[in-house]
Design a protein around this ligand. Sequence first.
Ligand code: FES
Length: 177
Amino acid sequence: MSEPVTDVGQDPNRRDFIYIAAGAGAVGAAAMVAVPLIGQMNPAADTLALASIEYDLSKVEEGMQAVVKWRGKPLFVRYRTKKEIAEAKAVDIKTLRDPQTDAERVKAGHEQYLVLIGVCTHLGCVPNFGTGDYGGWFCPCHGSEYDTSGRIRQGPAPKNLEVPEYTFLSDTKIKVG
Ligand code: FES
């Protein structure tokens, strides 16, 4: 299930908020934006190069994902369940196309949160959350599948979903960029 957020504008840091979604219910909303991004999002480089946003994590409940627009791209903010974290940690990275431990993709002490650029590393579609065989994201364009750490597990994408530069300002607030 997805819901549009209407209280934008009060907090300038949330102006770019798109929607918040949970589980397989995200499919419908995500599918609507499942189009190649390359060539479509071409904002002025000079205004975006320095753009950073702050995001209040208390908006995201366990098991859910928020999607925020950042530098012209969707940013996925996931609050992972304990089961999802355990699955991500249990993977033998020697079996991965783009080997990375889960710990390398999250911030120490905040491993429940996964922050990703929501752009498939194949040809730039937006993957759907809550679908696929690996508990993470499925890209409907050519079938790439990402796990609960956003790592590529199947399909043509060559790399894991990118983790942007971000820092925790407090336990419930991050600054991205
Ligand atoms: S763009 Fe995602 S699999 Fe091709």
